[in-house]
Design a protein around this ligand. Structure first.
Ligand code: GRG
Length: 300
C-alpha cells in the first residue's frame, strides 16, 4: 500500500468486518456445555459487546507479518477471554465494586460473587485451552511462545501485578512513575501481548517484532491515558461503565497529575511515536496505524 492506498484505507469497513469475525468466533468458542449456570455466566460477559480491540490488534499484527489472520483467531479469542475475565474480577466488590459494564449489570450483580469469580477462572483457563487445542497450522514452538506471552501478560508481571499496585495506591499520593507502572502493567501488558502474539503466529522477523514492541508500548499507555480522560469527560451512558469512578475511588490518574490538556498531548505523542515505529512497513500497516488513531479518538 502506498500513501494513496493508506489514506483511502476504509477503516470503518475493516473494523466492522473484523469485529464481526471476532464476534462469530467468540460465540462458537463457548458451546452448550455444563454446568449451565457457569456457561450462562461466561457467555453473559464474553458476548456482552465491547470494542474487541484486543483480538482485532492480534489479527492485524498477524496480517502485517504476512499471514492469513484466521490462523491467529483462536489466540485472538483467548485474548478477549483473558480481558473479559479481568473485567469480571475487576468489577467485584473486593476490587473496583462496580455495577455497570459494557452497558449491562456487572457479572456478579446477575450471578453473584462466587459464580462471577468462577466464570472468570473458567474464561482464563479456557483461553489457554483455545490456543493449545483450537490453533491449526501453527507450529508447537510458536504456540509455546504464545502461551508464554499470555501467561506473562496475565500474571504477576502483567495484569495481576498492575492491579495490585493500583489497589495499593488508592487514596495515596502517587507519582507519575508509579502511575505509569500501573498503566503499563494493568492495561499495557495485555495490549502488547495481542500485538506480539499475532506477529509470532504470523512468523514475523526480529525487526518487525522490535518495531511492534515500540508500537504496543505506545498504544498501551495512550489507551489508558484516554481511559482516564474519558472517565472525567464522558458519561456512564456513552461509556457503558460508571463514569467518574476514579474520582470516587480517589485514584491518581493522568488528568489529576497533568491536567486534561497535557494528558491529551501525552497520548497524542505516544500514538505518533507508535505509528513512527511502523514507518518501514508503511505499505502494509494501514490497519495498525488506523487502530492507533482509533485509540486516541474513541469516545468509549
Ligand atoms: C488476568 C489472571 C488475571 C487476573 C485479573 C482484575 C485484574 C486481575 C486486573 C484488572 C485489569 C483491568 C480491569 C484493567 C483495565 C483495562 C481497561 C482499560 C479495560 C477497558 O478496556 P476496553 O475499553 O473495554 O477495551 P471493552 O469493554 O471495550 O472491551
Amino acid at each position: 500500500m502506498d500513501e494513496a492506498v493508506i489514506s483511502s484505507f476504509d477503516f470503518h469497513n475493516y473494523l466492522s468486518k473484523t469485529k464481526g469475525l471476532v464476534e462469530d468466533a467468540l460465540n462458537k468458542a463457548l458451546g452448550p456445555e455444563e454446568p449451565a449456570l457457569l456457561r450462562d455466566s461466561m457467555r453473559y460477559s464474553l458476548l456482552a459487546g465491547g470494542k474487541r480491540l484486543r483480538p482485532i490488534l492480534c489479527l492485524a499484527s498477524c496480517e502485517l507479518a504476512g499471514c492469513d489472520p484466521e490462523k491467529a483467531m483462536p489466540t485472538a479469542v483467548a485474548l478477549e477471554m483473558i480481558h473479559t475475565m479481568s473485567l469480571i474480577h475487576d468489577d467485584l466488590p473486593a476490587m473496583d465494586n462496580d455495577d455497570l459494564r459494557r452497558g449491562m449489570p456487572t457479572n456478579h450483580k446477575v450471578y453473584g460473587d462466587a459464580i462471577a469469580i468462577l466464570s472468570g477462572d473458567a474464561l482464563l483457563t479456557r483461553a489457554f485451552e483455545m490456543v493449545a487445542i483450537r490453533s491449526s497450522n501453527v507450529s508447537s514452538e510458536q504456540l509455546l511462545k504464545v502461551i508464554a506471552e499470555l501467561s506473562i501478560a496475565a500474571g504477576a508481571p502483567g495484569l495481576v501485578g498492575g492491579q495490585v499496585v493500583d489497589l495499593e495506591s488508592e487514596g495515596k499520593e502517587v507519582d507519575l512513575e508509579t502511575l505509569e507502572y500501573i498503566h503499563l502493567h494493568k492495561t499495557g501488558a495485555l495490549l502488547k501481548a495481542c500485538v506480539k502474539c499475532g506477529a509470532l503466529i504470523g512468523g514475523a522477523e526480529e525487526d518487525l517484532l522490535d518495531a511492534l514492541s515500540i508500537y504496543a508500548n505506545g498504544i498501551g499507555l495512550a489507551f489508558q491515558i484516554i481511559d482516564d480522560i474519558l472517565d472525567v469527560t464522558s458519561s456512564s451512558e456513552v461509556l457503558g461503565k460508571t463514569a467518574g469512578k476514579d474520582l470516587i475511588a480517589d485514584k491518581t490518574t493522568y488528568p489529576k497529575l497533568l491536567g486534561l490538556k497535557a494528558s491529551r498531548e501525552r497520548a497524542d505523542d505516544l500514538i505518533s511515536k507508535a505509528k513512527r515505529a511502523l514507518e518501514p512497513w508503511k505499505s502494509t500497516s494501514a490497519p495498525l496505524l488506523a487502530l492507533a488513531d482509533y485509540i486516541t479518538n474513541r469516545d468509549r
